[in-house]
Design a protein. Sequence first.
Length: 216
Amino acid sequence: MPDLPDYITIGEVVAPHGVRGELRVTVLSDFPQRFVSLRHVYLSPPLPPAGGRAARRPVTAPATPQEYRVMTARVLAGGNKRLFPVSDPADAERSGPWAGQVHHALVKLAGVNDPDVAGTLRGYLLQLPAAEAWPLPPDSFYAFQLYDLPVQTPAGRHLGTVEDLLATGSNDVYVVRTPGGGELLVPAVKSIVLEINPTAGYIQIRDPAEWSDDEA
């Protein structure tokens, strides 16, 4: 089973706001309301740019995240429609989070008391320990649970591993890197994805020969 990350990313600082050192944050979570109850958060420096799909995966920055106490936080009304396709909160294009809309929050951190200091945090990632991830409904999973999972058919044939997640207008798509280095796009629909089992360490799908022509 793939190792769990130490931290999960819930937002990205996009700009200072006002004269008190507030941070305007793009919400990178399906649960914007969690910002209202934040008591602490960890900040990681911006990730260096990199090419390819690997740059869009929600990885933890190399530096140890620094903890801050949250003084106030509020989610701004009126989320904008996200752009498609979108892979995950760390995608290089910053297309938007998974929740269907791009929300922003204003966050005031202890010790960040003026716009100059707040400006130095532009691009930083707001993170929480993975153990603090909100529980999900049955048969729902966080993206970090799916990355690097082996994908197999009911007969046990290995098809590759999950390299990326894409969101489209109708359903998510799993990007699977095949053993030969190719790319298999798997629509995340029940008629194709038969089982997702992060604990056992695999995703089971119907044999692509049965559906790939239909999806073309």
